[in-house]
Ligand binder design. Sequence first.
Ligand SMILES: Cc1ncc(COP(=O)(O)O)c(C=O)c1O
Length: 368
Amino acid sequence: MSRPQAPEYIKRLAVYVPGKPIEEVQRELGVGEIVKLASNENPLGTSPRALAAIREALRELHRYPDGGGYALRRAIAARHGVELDQVILGNGSCELIEMLARAYLADGDEAVISQQSFVMYELAVNQVNGRAIAVPTKAGRGHDLAAMAAAVTPRTKLLFIANPCNPTGTYATRAELDHLLATVGERVLVVLDEAYFEYVQRDDYPDGLDDLRRGHNVIVLRTFSKIYGLAGIRIGYGVAAPEVIATLNRVRSPFNTSSLAQAGALAALDDDEWARRSREHNLEELKFLTTELARRGVRFTPSVTNFILIEFERDVRELFVEFQKMGVIIRPVGGPGLAGCARVSVGLREENEKFLHALDHLVVGKGR
Ligand SMILES: Cc1ncc(COP(=O)(O)O)c(C=O)c1O
C-alpha cells in the first residue's frame, strides 16, 4: 500500500532558506571570528529592559503563556491609540503573514505582491494554494503601487506592501500609498508590513496606522525582531479593524507567542532610549557603508533601513562562499531583477570594516 502523499501544491513549495547561523559557518569552514550581516538583526543586541523582563519571566516557565497576550496587546493598543480588539500577536510577524494567507485565501484566490519583495509573502500564499501575482518594480527597485493597484482582480483578497522593502531597502511614499488606497478602496485587505518602521527617517514615509485610523482596509504589521533586538524569541504584532483581527484569531494557534516573548516585548515597547540609540547607530553606519561603497564604485540601491542591496554583477552563490571563508556572512538574493545581488545588513563599525576588507579582497581588487 502506498503512503499518503501531500497535495501537488505542497510538493511544489520552495523551502525558506534563512540567513546562515554563525555556528554553522564556523563548523563548516573552521573559521574563527565570524561576522553575520545576513538577517537584518540589531548589531547592538537586545533592549536591556527586555532582557531583564525575560529573566524575570523565567520563574513562571512551567505555566502556559497568556494565550491572548492581554498585557502586551493592551500596551500596544495604548501606545498606538487603538482598541484592544484591534491588536493580534504573532510568533514573529512572519506568522501573521501566514495567518493572513490562511484566513483570506481559498484555492486560487489572489494576493498581489511586488516582484523584488519579502519572499515570505509568496511562500505563505503558495502554502494555501493561492496565487501570488508579482508586479514588476519601478526603476530604482521601489514597489510600483500604481501597477499593483491595477493588478487587482475580483479574485484578489490581499495586497502586500513591504514598507520599507526587504531586500531592496526602498520605501513607498505617503502620496503613492494614498493613491493606491484610493484606487483599491475596500476591495482588498492591504497588508502594510512595517518590520523596519522604527529605522526610517523620511518626512514622506507613511505611518500605516494613520491609514487604519482613517478607516482604510489595512493591517499594519510590526515586529520586535529588528530594532528591539528580539529576533531569537519570535514576536511581532498586527493592528487592524476588529473584524480583521477576529478573522485572524480563528486561524491562530492558541499559545502562539511564548510567555518569555510577551514579557520581553512588553518591556521593549517602552524602551524608547534603546530604539533611539539603535536608530542613530544605524544611520551613522549606513552612511559609512554607503559612502565606502560609492567610493569603490560598487553599485547599490539607496536604503532607508538597516541593510543594503548590493549589485555584485556576478555569481553571488560563489561570492557568498568566498565571503564566508573570510569570516563574513552576507545574504545572496534571487528572483526576477535580482540576479547578481546580495543583501548586507548594517553592523557594528568593526563588522562593517571587516565586510569592506573582504569586499576589497574579493571584488574591488579583482576589477569586479
Ligand atoms: C519585510 C519583512 N517583514 C517581516 C519580517 C519578519 O520578521 P519577524 O518574523 O522576525 O517578525 C521580515 C524579516 O526579515 C522582513 O524583512
